[in-house]
Design a protein around this ligand. Structure first.
Ligand code: E4P
Length: 212
């Protein structure tokens, strides 16, 4: 399973990348807004830092506008993936961009049938949001399990990128059902490195070594 970082903060991305944790990056308009910088500049900097795929989201709601923005974003770097919200217009844009060899990631997906349509449209990635489903008392990772099963049944090429990850259990459950990628906030990446018994063990080994 690949690990992407869900961030637009270049310092955070650099740190995670130097530790070897980052196979790719996802951004969204809210994350980019937090940086206070221009979208294009942020994406350019991230693409210069990371060799894996970097998702950059369009703001248009109509297919024509999405395709136009998609062309511009794809020009920034070879590893840009054009992120498109799930909608009828979005699926039209995905078909167009995919047929021209431009990579796409369909975002804001909340059920396996939406994902099936995304795969049929030829997207590179589909982003189901687990945390936001949990927020409304619906099992987010159950959706991932159904989605991976459907994708396996029909040998679909689109990769399942689990998004809206809030804690380590989301990552564990995604791995158990065979998701291709998880996109994880930096804080949660740090959480999965740590275990209190690891810390206690290191402390004890050091103490014993000093006694010898
Ligand atoms: C993914 O591509 C999104 O940027 C992100 O995972 C959304 O997460 P949130 O629901 O915590 O905002």
């Amino acid at each position: 399973m690949q690990f992407y970082i869900d961030s637009a903060d270049i310092e955070e991305i650099k740190k995670a990348n130097q530790r070897g944790w980052v196979d790719g990056v996802t951004t969204n308009p809210s994350l980019v807004a937090k940086t206070g910088r221009k979208h294009e500049e942020v994406i350019k900097d991230i693409c210069a830092e990371v060799s894996g795929l970097v998702s950059a989201e369009v703001l248009s709601l109509d297919a024509e506008g999405m395709v136009k923005e998609g062309y511009e974003l794809a020009k920034i770097a070879d590893n840009v993936v054009v992120k498109i919200p799930m909608s009828e217009e979005g699926l039209v844009a995905v078909r167009r961009l995919s047929s021209e060899g431009i990579k796409t990631n369909v975002t804001l997906v909340f059920n396996p049938l939406q994902a099936l349509l995304v795969a049929k449209a030829g997207a590179t990635l589909v982003s189901p949001f687990v945390g936001r489903l949990d927020d409304i008392a619906t099992h987010g990772t159950e959706m991932i399990s159904q989605m991976t099963q459907i994708f396996d049944n029909y040998a679909l090429d689109t990769q399942v990128l689990v998004a809206s990850i809030r804690h380590p259990l989301h990552i564990l459950e995604s791995a158990l059902v065979g998701a291709d990628i998880v996109t994880v906030p930096y804080k949660v990446l740090q959480q999965i490195v740590k275990h209190p018994l690891t810390d206690r063990g290191i402390e004890q080994f050091l103490k014993d070594a000093q006694k010898a």
